[in-house]
Design a protein around this ligand. Structure first.
Ligand SMILES: NC(=O)c1ccc[n+]([C@@H]2O[C@H](COP(=O)([O-])OP(=O)(O)OC[C@H]3O[C@@H](n4cnc5c(N)ncnc54)[C@H](O)[C@@H]3O)[C@@H](O)[C@H]2O)c1
Ligand SMILES: [Zn+2]
Length: 386
């Protein structure tokens, strides 16, 4: 992955964007599937930013009932001269399913959209995942642009090409790898994001520090207050550094045959919390935060991580207003059961991401149910004890 120094000629010639010091460009290098990630304030107002990534006339903007009233008009201003249609989805993780996805095809077919059309996902991870999966399948694959508007989507879900929908039997069970042609993260959109959603995004930011970037973890500790207060410079830096980490991981392992699995730190525990409470009670990032503490505690019990590191992790997540223990109503037995049906479990043994230090992670199956249970209980006890 390289920073700035675009190799895309159209971009260099047409965008006034590079003149702003606040704005960043990263490139994710995946051969023919390479694409840029633009990060900065006011990008939706840049008239020439979208156009270079749109091949033909037909463009379908997919958004939802919360985000469209806020940002669709600005986005449309950058699409003049094109045949632009809209598809506005209901808002919520519960709508990330087959019916909503199918509705996008209805909209595309009703307008006779052709193979050379472009979809634009304007919204958080839900809109991005469904739109990306629709783009992967419509006429066997069309282009799409990610315009992420939540912190979680800007640091995680819009980058890397995982797209999909939920099945009643499990989250993200149906999907495809389909890379966008560009990611445009306008950090001004974060101003309208509810505080809880911002914190949920910060959980994924912390994850990058924990799995591979210890200096970033230190930086997050130093800038925690600024991030909570939505300091623009701090947020842009956190997003850029997160995307850089994600890009490097995806470049090395696009299809998750190896190290990309490290991005699942805290997620096996976290998915059990989300499923156990019923999706929508805790946010994904909140469940991941508690899950990362359980993974850290398990790592400590195995002798891989010292107690001081676990305390640092708890402290940082707490400063972001994130939970650091499983929900009181969800027992350890039930969590274990739910972890066993998570897709990361194969051939009986849970595949867990654990820590060998802050900034160093590994995947292991070599953990017993008793050890997992002990880490869940210890995390709960420590939290109860302050
Ligand atoms: N594809 C991937 O690699 C990947 C990675 C992580 C998460 N995900 C998926 O992402 C989803 C979670 O994404 P999310 O946290 O963005 O949730 P989300 O898309 O549900 O957005 C959260 C809420 O914020 C609202 N919203 C979005 N932008 C806003 C803005 N600028 N101002 C005000 N409100 C705004 C949304 O309408 C929604 O109500 C999950 O479905 C998860 O599975 C995918
Ligand atoms: Zn996640």
């Amino acid at each position: 992955m390289k920073r700035s120094g675009s190799t895309h000629p159209t971009m260099l010639q047409t965008s006034p964007y590079s003149t702003s010091l606040m704005n960043k460009r990263l490139d994710i290098n995946l051969g023919a599937r390479s694409y840029p990630i633009f990060i900065g304030p006011g990008l939706l107002r840049e008239p020439d930013l979208l156009r270079p990534w749109i091949g033909a006339q037909q463009v379908m903007v997919v958004s939802n009932t919360t985000v469209a009233p806020l940002y669709l008009e600005s986005l449309r201003a950058g699409l003049t001269g094109l045949q632009v249609a809209e598809c506005i989805l209901p808002d919520g993780e519960i709508y990330k399913g087959l019916n909503t996805w199918h509705g996008i095809f209805d909209a595309l077919l009703a307008r006779r959209f052709a193979r050379d059309c472009t979809l634009i996902a304007l919204g958080g991870g839900v809109v991005g995942d469904i739109t990306g999966f629709a783009a992967a399948c419509y006429q066997r694959g069309v282009s799409f642009i990610q315009v992420p508007t939540t912190l979680l989507a800007q640091v995680d879900s819009s980058v890397g090409g995982k797209t999909g929908i939920n099945h009643p039997a499990g989250k993200n069970m149906i999907g495809a790898f389909h890379q966008p042609v560009a990611v445009i993260a306008d950090t001004d959109t974060l101003s309208t994001l509810p505080a809880r959603e911002l914190a949920a995004g910060l959980a994924e930011v912390v994850k990058y520090g924990l799995i591979r970037d210890p200096a970033f973890f230190d930086w997050l500790e130093a800038r925690a207050d600024a991030l909570c207060n939505r300091d623009a410079v701090a947020l842009i830096e956190a997003i850029e550094r997160s995307c850089q980490n994600k890009a490097e991981v995806v470049e090395a392992d696009e299809r998750e045959l190896g190290q990309r699995a490290l991005l699942n730190l805290g997620h096996t525990f976290g998915h059990a919390i989300e499923a156990g409470l019923g999706y929508g009670d805790w946010l994904h990032g909140e469940a991941v935060a508690a899950g990362m503490v359980m993974a850290a505690e398990l790592s400590r019990q195995l002798g891989w991580l010292d107690a001081a590191a676990v305390s640092r992790i708890r402290r940082l997540l707490t400063r972001f207003g994130l939970p650091v223990a499983p929900p009181p109503g969800l027992g350890g037995e039930r969590m274990l059961e739910l972890m066993a049906v998570d897709k990361k479990v194969r051939a009986g043994a849970p595949r867990l991401v654990l820590l060998q230090g802050i900034g160093s992670a590994l995947v292991t199956r070599d953990v017993t149910a008793e050890q997992i249970m002990a880490s869940i209980d210890a995390t709960r006890d420590q939290s109860a004890g302050g």
